[in-house]
Design a protein around this ligand. Structure first.
Ligand SMILES: Nc1ncnc2c1ncn2[C@@H]1O[C@H](COP(=O)(O)OP(=O)(O)O)[C@@H](O)[C@H]1O
Ligand SMILES: [Mg+2]
Length: 219
């Protein structure tokens, strides 16, 4: 059994407005969870909280590995990755943009190169590895963001509206990458989207955020 996440009764208020009002959900088996809900309902806030990037007012976020609860430390953070709807790129090659995450983890040499090449191949950007990342199209930049997350082999991957502002062709490529990632197997992927057909295409389970809480449509 791999990394699991239990979200229990999370509340979050911004400037007096409650956005999350008791969100609970167990992310306890590998596969793709799709979180849907209207603009502004709190999906991105929920993902940031799950990734330990934002404080919350009440409730608990707990990660487990083989029934042991993990400390919320740098070791845990390195098992998790969040891809934002609009990623920022560094003014350097596509290759170096992906290599960065491994370098800051102290990885060097042949193993790094193999991992980066594989991640670029995975998202169909291997042929652009020597190009400057700033020359990529928005769809390619989004794929680069996925490669950057993929290269560190996260056990839990969060994708916040991964196809929100890109064309149909790149949307389909990204959907195929996500399905391919699922076939590789062991990780839990959580995706937010507005697109019902995308949710149906990708999801093992569809969750709906409504009135600040999470509804599991499968139960
Ligand atoms: N850092 C923040 N400061 C103040 N308000 C915020 C912040 N982040 C989100 N909000 C507000 O919280 C609500 C939910 O936002 P968000 O989580 O981005 O929703 P979604 O991703 O579902 O569109 C919105 O009303 C938004 O304006
Ligand atoms: Mg959002």
């Amino acid at each position: 059994m791999g990394l699991r996440l239990t979200v229990s009764d999370i509340w979050k208020t911004y400037n007096g407005d409650a956005v999350l009002k008791g969100c609970s959900f167990p992310f306890d088996s590998s596969g793709i969870y799709v979180l849907m809900g209207p603009n502004g309902c709190g999906k991105s806030t929920f993902l940031r909280i799950c990734c330990l990037l934002e404080e919350y007012d009440k409730g608990e976020i707990n990660y487990f590995l083989d029934n042991n609860m993990l400390e919320k430390d740098i070791g845990l953070r390195r098992r998790i990755s969040l891809v934002l709807p609009k990623i920022g790129v560094f003014n350097t090659t596509v290759y170096k943009n992906v290599e960065y995450g491994l370098k800051i983890r102290g990885m060097t040499g042949k193993e790094t190169e193999e991992k980066v090449d594989r991640a670029l191949d995975f998202v169909g950007l291997y042929h652009k590895k020597k190009h400057n990342a700033l020359t990529l199209s928005s769809g390619e930049i989004q794929r680069l963001g996925i490669a950057r997350a993929f290269v560190i082999e996260p056990e839990m991957l969060f994708l916040d509206e991964p196809t929100a502002s890109i064309d149909q062709k790149n949307t389909e490529i990204i959907e195929d990458i996500i399905l391919k990632m699922k076939r590789e197997g062991r990780s839990i992927v959580v995706i937010t989207t507005h697109d019902k057909s995308q949710a149906e295409k990708l999801a093992d389970r569809i969750l709906i955020m409504k009135n600040g809480s999470i509804i599991d449509t499968n139960s």
